[in-house]
Design a protein around this ligand. Sequence first.
Ligand code: ADP
Ligand code: ZN
Ligand code: ZN
Length: 662
Amino acid sequence: MNIFYYDIAVSIPLRQCFTYKFDTKIKKGTRVAVPFGKRVLVGVIVRNIQKPDALDSKSTIKSILNIQDSETVFEKPLFDSIIWASEYYQHPIGEVFNTFIPTELRKVDKKTIKPIGGHSEYTVKESDKKFELTLDQESAVKKLSKVKTFSPSLLYGVTGSGKTEVYLRLAEQCLKEDKSLLILVPEINLTPQLFSRFEDRFNGDIGLYHSRQTSVRRLKTWLKAKFGEIRIVIGTRSSVLMPLKNIGLIIIDEEHDQSFRQSEGFKFSARDLAIKRSQLENIPIVLGSATPSLQTLKLVREKKFTQVDILSRVDGRKPPKLITLDINNSPLTGGMALETIDAIEATIKKGNQVLVFINRRGFAPLFECGGCGWIADCHACDTNLVFHQSRDRLICHRCESAYKVTSNCPKCSSRDLHMHGAGTERVEEVLENTFIDTPVIRVDQDSTKKVGAMEAIVEKIHSSDSAILVGTQMLAKGHDFPKVTLSVILNADNGLVSPEINALEKLSQLLIQVSGRAGRNNNLAKVIIQTRYPDDINLNEIKSGDYLSFASQSLDKNFKMNHPPFSSICLLRCSSPTQKSNSVFLEKTIKILSNKPGVSAIGPLPSLISKSKGNYRHHVYIQATKKTFLNKVLKFLVIEFDKWPESKKVKWSFDIDPVDIN
Ligand code: ADP
Ligand code: ZN
Ligand code: ZN
């Protein structure tokens, strides 16, 4: 009898495969059930190996229990994408596989991989093409549809230039060629809008895939895609490796968006992984944005990406003016200066809508004692509690713990307790009291929690006449609000003085994106930016509204200073119940990195939120001139850490190409 040996990826947090044997040949990428300790787990065949000579006696190698399906989970390009991701992000391979295998398929003997039945035929509803393409759109479609192999394109289209219409035309082309396509959006909240645009345009089923669906629903879409029963899938980052049959195109909408980055567990960028996938599949990929990431613009400079422009808005109008408002000598009510309130009033009097952006949810971010200066903070995290009026609780935005509001200071018993600052709830309240007859619509994590809530809100915004929208980032992304003619940004200064990674890039994107929500039908639209730094050079540059010129200057600066995207960075993050364990572990790391060429390490530093859920958090910032150097060094570190007793006392992880130091 023949015996075959396999390396198998099992979903556990170890950076290795496990060897099992079986009496038949199994294709790599196939799911199998294996005994693991006392449990039976699902694993994926990674490779067929020679009989391991170190483990000579057959008894030490366990046998695979059974093969789960006749089909593989992932065929070659996807399989290789997973291997690449595990290597690039230095993350345990079993967990990487698990990230992309639908939940239902991670269980033993539950579901198998087979067709659902029912092929969708796709035809175009010509009646949905209500307008002529603009010249820019037409030439973009022409250029992009010529590309048939791996060759990334940046579709740079100012907000309101009609990028979605370009996507629809590219999709049409792709379907006509009997191919399938994947469209990625950064947030679940953006899926309904895009989904309905595609439904309006095409007969045939459009797949949707995101984490707010049931696992059974997700499995169905996944299987239908795999067997070619549906050929269009719209999804968030978890769908980046959707196994579409005969895939011909990937589109990434709002490619600059940080939400493509998963920051918990397996930390990866769906944007970057999508690019890798398109390379391995040898298919075109289109990255759309009005505010492209510096990373993308660098690749355009290097001629690795092609830039295609849509420079005019569909209505031919100019983008709104950005105006700064110096608030150094203005009293603020609910975070708003008097001039701001006046501008809001003037706008709604004309029957138009106003968008008020504030980057903080809740009512008041500080709950403070006037007697002794005590500030309410979370017991488990290094964060101040935010008062949420709707729940009448103080909430930790880190761990979501809710605390009762006390009437006496816990430190000095004084009853002199105050709330300070403003969040969305407070802005909402002030506006409601000021403009009694105008609907005030709040859009934040709290108001959109329930299934369908965001759709209802968007519907309400579209059906209202004059209205005031108050919201966080959620409101700034991708939506089309034609009646908004004034946008107000209450706390842009956070971005100007922030120690965060790429803070200015994020701020410039935010300001341009917020301004893009406004004035799609109005020449007089404007954006007011409240600031205490009216003379700030960067702010004034961004204010000019020319994002590409600002981004280009930022790129030059980063190049001179050897910052990303011109160097590669990794945050070695570490957390433990004591600060000492962190520093001992990280100091030792710094020491062994000190003599590595091409690599520098800074730290240990406390993370921006230095304590979370009871654990202290620190990091070391590792920078290398090349990705390959960085990768080598991290591999070396993994081997070292395995040997160190110091690493057993902490939880460590690599955050490669990080987007924040939170
Ligand atoms: P973007 O994503 O570039 O900000 P959208 O794709 O959301 O812009 O398009 C904005 C609006 O313009 C949509 O309502 C869309 O239906 C409309 N639109 C797109 N192309 C045209 C066109 N060629 N003529 C008129 N309206 C258009
Ligand atoms: Zn007190
Ligand atoms: Zn907390």
